[in-house]
Design a protein. Structure first.
Lengths: 549, 308
């Protein structure tokens, strides 16, 4: 095939050498001293208390940033990110992009097997992508991450080519994302409930899923055959631990209590009020890291009143003193976000810092101008007899970091300073989806831990985005997102996303950015190898963990 | 007879030093003008304390501003999780709201739910019990077995089931607890009806050709409801407890409403660093329920004593 030869001869972006160069990088471990853990040691069992129970165990269906630390135990992607945000090989050995940007040729490892004995090869990669494009299987992935994908070609057992309809740099981010993780082709064919996942949906990772007790725990055991760790990992060969159990403890006080009483050796999601307690305990260690992706923000639904009026959107932002609210809820542990992009992302634009918010006089003046001049008995503003009520519907499986409490703090702030009634409800996921799809909300809260913020913004702001809860139909925004996706040069991309942030944050006031999501892991000092996934900033998988004797 | 305190009906200005006189003003405020039965003159400190506490709770329900001038919803992000001091008697919660103001205003929510639910249960329960007691055997059996079936479920579970179907909120909480506590009153009313309908005066009224409706209204009902107020006072405490429990689970008034159970729930994750946020609303619930039970038991004893 001439196309093949042309691509092969293209010398552009043969990153393999570069990738190997970064293999010396140590893992994302936070560098904290590890006293009682001693040197890495094989064997032992750990219990880790986590805040969020995954709604699915199938990585293709992944949607919760808090579940990311589970995905990489048993599944792996073709690529991953190093600490500087560069892509490095994992199940791939390298990739080449065609000069026209319309195809990516990926070379694969040949020594990898799935947990069920199936061989990992180009046909397996194609089977995974084909499955993702099945109608109704993973609509968000098919419509957004794979929207420019034309076909996947098996060149030979160790080479696979992604052919695109238009240039799309985000395809590489997809190859490094949980949704792009490789599931055994046999699982894809025979799993009892593929979308939910389970012990019959297997990958290639260092741990094998052993059992799942809904509402209680997930159990993994070591994969003794594992020998294909990415260069970002702290060691090679099989995992240190024989077994790891993740217990779902929703209540932060229960998690911290379980750690201090020695029932578990690791917890994640340590609230600010409990952090001094951990720091003051010599047998415990606290590790923190900012997440990449989009900042935790309130998105205003502009499809109907009152937020169809930009003045009301600005007024809502000015009614909240975000710094004060964050200090109240998180003491001094939260990092304020000024833009829709997380400060941990390479696309973060500093220009917006201090440019809005915390100005009750301006908020009230804007609301007066917008016609919300009346006041009812409870002190809320009214217009034509209707109260200025805006609804925030939070889905319980996605509530983390005390975001329900944060909502109450914002609720109090907008009520006191501007007479806005923010009605907050925490409901199950079905009810939340119904309200969001039925356009029965005015505020939508979200953060995404995507490694490439562009991927998150595509989902959140593009008029075709799967979670465009702003309900914006903004041609300029679509153009910026499309250009950002098609541009390979990082510097030009930064400029494009800066324009986009200008439009979203400053000109249109579509969002109220609140804070940069972060993860906190507290561990017994007998546990070694605690770290975060490079670039993503979420807790790393259990691969590098060990427990001292 | 005195419903609340034995021994005296003295005016608040009575001579100090006399136990009976001291106790009276505290309680007399709620039920003034009742004359003493004179049967017992011994003061019950527990009863006085219970009555006194309930008087304060009643004041908080009717006129909360008399107890605090702080807005229970006003959050101060710069005064979060402050321990109790002169400015904030009960400290502040995780949003910097005054816990004392929230406990005071919370009385209205908690008590209103308890009262409304108990009222609903008493009204519906007595009517259904009366119906069962007077009805044909088959209807009586059907109603009685329904009460049995409802009683077989723990009260909290039954209420939880209803709220799960009807959705959270104050109104559904009231109906839920009303339904869950209804069999209690219905059974008593039915038993009383069976007793009364065989009584001589009823037979006599029948013999005199009294109409069925008049018979029930004039002769049966008044004698059936006798023990119900006593039960209702004890039941009220129980209803408040269940209401707080359901609110704790997020089934009741939604934030930022200050409801005792909901406050407990919100504060539980801060228990380690700020005990006052959870303990003090908890104490309010406990004292209210204990006071109502003390009062109810006392009324029960008096009622039984009169009857027996």
């Amino acid at each position: 095939m001439p196309a093949t030869r042309r691509t092969r001869s293209a010398v552009l972006a043969t990153l393999t050498a570069l990738l190997l160069g970064s293999a010396g990088c140590s893992s994302g471990a936070s560098g904290e001293p590890v006293d009682a853990a001693g040197p890495p040691r094989s064997g032992g069992t750990l219990t880790w208390a986590i805040e969020t129970e995954p709604i699915t165990l199938n990585p293709h269906q992944y949607a919760q940033a808090k579940a990311r630390l589970l995905v990489w135990n048993s599944f792996e992607a073709l690529l991953t990110h190093d600490r500087d945000g560069n892509l490095v090989p994992w199940l791939a050995t390298g990739y080449q992009v065609a000069p026209d940007g319309l195809s990516y040729t990926v070379a694969l490892r040949t020594d990898v097997t799935f947990h069920d004995g199936e061989k990992f090869d180009a046909a397996a990669v194609k089977a995974n992508v084909d499955q993702l494009r099945q109608p109704g299987y993973a609509p968000a992935v098919a419509a957004v991450q794979l929207r420019n994908l034309k076909d996947v070609e098996v060149v030979d057992p160790a080479t696979v080519r992604f052919v695109l309809t238009r240039p799309d740099v985000l395809i590489l981010d997809f190859l490094a994302s949980p949704q792009g993780a490789q599931v055994s082709p046999r699982s894809l064919r025979t799993a009892a409930n593929l979308k939910a996942g389970g012990t019959d949906v297997v990958g290639t990772g260092p741990f094998v899923l052993d059992g799942y007790a809904p509402g209680q725990e997930l159990r993994y055991r070591k994969n003794p055959a594992y020998d294909w760790a990415p260069p970002t990992a702290g060691h090679t060969g099989p995992a240190h631990l024989d077994r790891i159990t993740y217990r779902f403890l929703k209540e932060s006080s229960v998690r911290v209590g379980a750690l201090t009483s020695g029932q578990v050796q690791l917890v994640e999601g340590v609230p600010a009020t409990d952090q001094p307690l951990i720091a003051g305990n010599p047998t415990l260690r606290l590790h923190r890291e900012l997440n990449s992706g989009s900042a935790y923000s309130y998105y205003f639904n502009v499809s109907h009143p009152p937020f169809d009026d930009v003045r009301v959107r600005r007024a809502f932002r000015d009614a909240v003193d975000v710094d004060a609210v964050l200090r109240a809820v998180y003491q001094d542990t939260a990092t304020r976000a000024w833009s829709v992009v997380s400060p941990a992302s390479r696309f973060y634009d500093k220009r917006f810092e201090g440019s809005y918010g915390g100005n009750p006089e301006r908020a009230n003046a804007l609301l007066d101008q917008a016609g919300w001049t009346g006041r009812d008995a409870a002190g809320y503003r009214t217009k034509d007899g209707r109260r200025l009520t805006v609804r925030l519907v939070q889905s319980a499986p996605f509530v983390r970091d005390r975001r329900d409490i944060l909502a109450q703090a914002v609720q109090a702030a907008v009520r006191q300073s501007a007479g806005i009634d923010l009605a907050v409800s925490v409901v199950d996921q079905g009810t939340a989806t119904e309200a969001l799809n039925g356009n029965r909300y005015e505020v939508f809260d979200n953060s995404r831990a995507d490694t490439d913020a562009g991927a998150a913004l595509n989902l959140l702001l593009h008029s075709q985005g799967a979670i465009n809860r702003v309900r914006s139909r903004d041609a300029e925004l679509d153009r910026l997102l499309d250009t950002g996706q098609a541009t390979g040069d990082p510097q030009r991309r930064t400029g494009i996303y800066a324009d986009l942030q200008q439009r979203v944050v400053a000109d249109q006031a579509f969002v109220l950015p609140l804070y940069a999501p972060a993860d906190q892991v507290a561990a017994s000092n007998r546990v070694g190898g605690v770290g975060f996934e490079p670039t993503a900033g979420v807790p790393a998988s259990a691969y590098d963990l060990w427990i001292g004797g | 007879m005195s419903l609340l305190v034995d021994g005296t009906s003295a005016a608040p200005t009575g001579a100090p030093g006399q136990p009976g006189v001291l106790a009276a003003p505290v309680v007399a405020g709620t039920r003034r003008g009742r004359t003493t039965s004179g049967r017992r003159t011994r003061i019950r400190p527990g009863l006085v304390a219970a009555g006194g506490f309930l008087a304060v709770v009643l004041l908080a329900v009717l006129w909360p501003a008399a107890l605090t001038d702080v807005d229970p919803l006003a959050a101060d992000p710069f005064a979060v999780l402050r321990p109790p001091d002169g400015a904030h008697w009960f400290g502040t919660d995780h949003l910097g709201r005054d816990v004392f103001a929230r406990v005071v205003y919370g009385a209205r929510h908690s008590l209103a739910i308890g009262l409304a639910a108990t009222g609903l249960a008493v009204t519906a329960g007595v009517l259904l019990g009366l119906l069962a007691g007077l009805a044909h055997r088959i209807a009586d059996e059907a109603l009685s077995r329904t009460f049995d079936a409802l009683s077989a479920f723990p009260m909290l579970l039954l209420a939880l089931l209803f709220v799960a179907v009807a959705g959270p909120g104050t109104a559904s909480l009231i109906v839920a607890i009303g339904i869950a506590t209804l069999p209690h009153y219905a059974r008593v009313a039915r038993a009383q009806t069976l007793l009364v309908r065989r009584a001589g005066y009823v037979r006599q009224a029948v013999a005199f050709g009294s109409s069925r409706f008049r018979l029930v209204l004039r002769h049966v009902l008044p004698n059936v409801v006798g023990p119900v107020p006593v039960l209702a006072v004890i039941g009220l405490g129980e209803a408040i407890l269940v209401a707080s429990g359901l609110s704790f689970l997020g089934m009741g008034p939604q934030p930022p409403s200050p409801e005792w159970g909901a406050m407990l729930s919100e504060a539980r994750n801060y228990l380690r660093v700020a005990w006052w946020g959870a303990i003090l609303p908890g104490v309010a619930v406990t004292l209210t329920v204990v006071s109502l039970t003390v009062l109810g038991r006392h009324l029960q004893r008096r009622f039984d004593g009169r009857d027996g």
